[in-house]
Ligand binder design. Sequence first.
Ligand SMILES: [Zn+2]
Length: 365
Amino acid sequence: MSIARRRGLRARLAITAAAVALLTGSAVLTATTGSAPASAAPATGTSLAGKTIFLDPGHQGGAAGHDLAKQVPDGRGGTKDCQTTGATGVNGVAEHTVNWDVAQLVKAGLESQGARVVLSRPDDTGWGGCVDERAAAASRSGAAIAVSLHADSTTVGTDTTKKGFHMIVPTLPIPDATVNQVQGGEGRKASTIMRDAFLKAGFPAANYAGVNDGIQTRSDIAAVNLTKVPAVFIEMGNLSNPQEAAELAARDGQVKYSMAITDGIINYVKGSTAATIPGVSSPGAATPGTTTPGSTTPGTATPQSSGNDDELSAVLPFIQQLLGTKDPAEIMRLMLTEGQDASAQVLNAMLEVIYGLFGGKLPIG
Ligand SMILES: [Zn+2]
């Protein structure tokens, strides 16, 4: 790409300057976008106005003198370890960092729609609190939904056979009557909607650990046993699986995970039900394992007919198309013609965060 062509592009960019700079890897653009929203939160949507969302990026960057083995209430009348260090991917990526990076993108997407986002930990370097403390913070936040982000590990080595996402829901009943009512009702509903959002985005449901259609029932997860607002506990993928570890560590993969999570949150908070999400019954999404998350082939996502309640579904094929496009002019054309509906706003917000977080390095290709 010539300098002249870059300058030609620059002259035409305003709304999506940062996003296009990100996608083209053009540092020239970023130095001259004083009026562009590169550093300002693009809070242009209102679909989540007045709503609080609690995000818990699982684990933490360091124990900082805290005792991970300290016993804390498990919500079942017993105790469990305060925290764990989290998994490590076969590619060396730390789970806590994957969780943190994806949470930052989800946060940007939610804030672009007017939500107030509360995080369980302030950064990815220090301490983040015991599991019971994080559950208490979620309850105190008054959030419409609390989402815990995790990535699984099935072995310390490489496991090419086990893959896919799952949502962990608590075995019922839960001793605390309030938690039992919330997680047995709204929490279960929110988890199902999140499952559907992952399927719609093309992620396969886990084929291991007794996961049933993307849902796993467990009694030992304090986050869901103790939280008094609807809780969704996501295992995004398996870090022992080389393909999924690569997707979870890569910026384009993280955008796709965060789009699915944001989609699930918005669908739940706006009152959608699983039955109204058309993508669940679509050919590509209904059969876990037949689609390939992380593929850069345009058109592999299944376009959905979208109504006002399902705007984000329309942007998922668009992401695939963007990520498969190497020609900067074509990327710009796509960005400028995508429109300014909620899905485009969310995507732009996420791309701007990636730009800021990762120094404008080209995250794709
Ligand atoms: Zn975890």
